[in-house]
Ligand binder design. Sequence first.
Ligand code: RET
Length: 282
Amino acid sequence: MAPYDGDATLTFENLYDYSPTQYELVLSIFTLTAAVFAAVLVYSIATAGSLSPRYRILSVLTGVVMVSATFELGLLALQWTNTFSFDGENYTRTGSLFSNGFRYMNWSIDVPVLLTQLLIVGGLSGAVFLRRWVSFVVAGLAMIWTGYIGQFDEIDGGTQYWLWGAISTVFYLWLLWVAYQSIQDAKQLAPSSVTGLLNAVWILFLVSWTIYPLGYLMPQISASANGVVVRSFIYSFADISSKAVYGVLLAIIAQKVSAADGYKPSIAASFWLSKEETNAAS
Ligand code: RET
């Protein structure tokens, strides 16, 4: 196809033709990711009763994240199939444009909710909870929306792209610092049986969230059809880790804490409590 004008093509996905394999890989990863979210939605609803009332809101919030993320990935899949069509050899652009806008809009909901979940499972309350929550929401939304502005310039990779990307990173570092402090507090407040899992939450958080900026950088790392395929894998890996695995891990922690608080349904429903935890709780 003819060379495109950067401004007129939005994101680097619109620049290339795709072999049937490349096209299929992107579509498959979108649909797999949507299916994982739908599955975790069912899991979250089904296991809500095993958390004590204080923590049950975690399951509701995981449900909120899963619904919005299932829609997002479904819409991305639809957009992908609408943007490219098979010409007998390759998949080429049909006239409409692909965009990653759905991602950024989805993050605007999911990032604040995921961070709220961290404060809840950490057992924080009162003024500390409120202070952290405000920092999280401000830093999270500022990070996403400045990145959103920057990505409009991702094809040219000019000043707008690097400057807004850098501003976004500053907000991200602030957010990470507040998350780290919250997990440290949580370790003080929670029973010692979940200290290891809280450390795991921190590692999962750090790794999965830090993958997103790699997706942002992808047009500069590999401006090619393969780069597009890699970006869809990067985002899906990050999405499944930061939303689905994280949601399940928090629910396990909350169930252990509920059991330690003596909440009977948590003890009855849990197959991962150790003998000591079960005895101590009952
Ligand atoms: C952007 C722009 C470039 C700089 C940085 C970014 C960070 C994005 C992150 C997104 C996390 C999203 C999550 C979504 C879950 O639903 C915006 C790509 C630092 C950390 C966890």
